[in-house]
Design a protein around this ligand. Sequence first.
Ligand SMILES: [Zn+2]
Length: 276
Amino acid sequence: MDRITMLFPGGKTKAFTLSYDDGAEADRKLAELCRSRKVKCTFNLNSFRLGEEKYLKAEEIRELFAPDMAEVATHGFNHPFLNLIPSHAAFRELLDDRLRLEELTGGIVRGHAYPFGTYNTEVIGILKAAGIAYARTIKSTHDFRLPENWYEWNPTCHHDEPELMELADRFLQLPDFMGPSLFYVWGHSYEFAFKQNWETMERLLERLAGRDDIWFATNMEIHDCVEAFNSLIWSAGCGQVCNPSAREVWFSLGRGMERTVRPLLVRPGETIYTGL
Ligand SMILES: [Zn+2]
């Protein structure tokens, strides 16, 4: 064995996620579209703006973004440039947003998308102090790699980029032995309403939804899946592995240029023999 590869739940090697910002009223249609296709989306909300004209209402958040189909994440209390305000004000923007969104959803809110996509090293420190686990940028990678830094989580692309469907096809054709691949699309639902191009999202979901080789997850579920894998405790010879987390963890063991994926599962709290 010379390779231990993380797999997504069920031993899958592909995951798909969406991340949509600002909490505009067009989120209602996007949430319904995702729900009908069983595709999960993370919605990044500015809780101060809820209830304003063309924005969602506070009282609809819990039902609209039920945790089985969606994640609610922070986007700053009032959409600030986090890098252009004093640290204490940036911290307050994040914490106030978390507090309000947790009150509205009844859940734990730990995700973030940078308003205007701007950040620096100091902002990342403030995010960590505010209990944020990851933050999404607006830099397209046009690839399917998992992030190396949770606070600089670059998406694959914005939905309006001309390469969208070509990327979808490349993603579907990736062979399993390439390891875990994530197709990550972001945007704003009001862009579909403004440009009257909802068919962009409909076409994308038509291509991907319903496939059983793809794990449809929220941003936070992907973060937690990777972190559970990273928390595995291995014996010195890798013959035993213990899963101290509360999640099922899937991985495969590979040798040389081997092109087959044999998924192994370690259940929560379990220690298994790997055969090595
Ligand atoms: Zn925004």
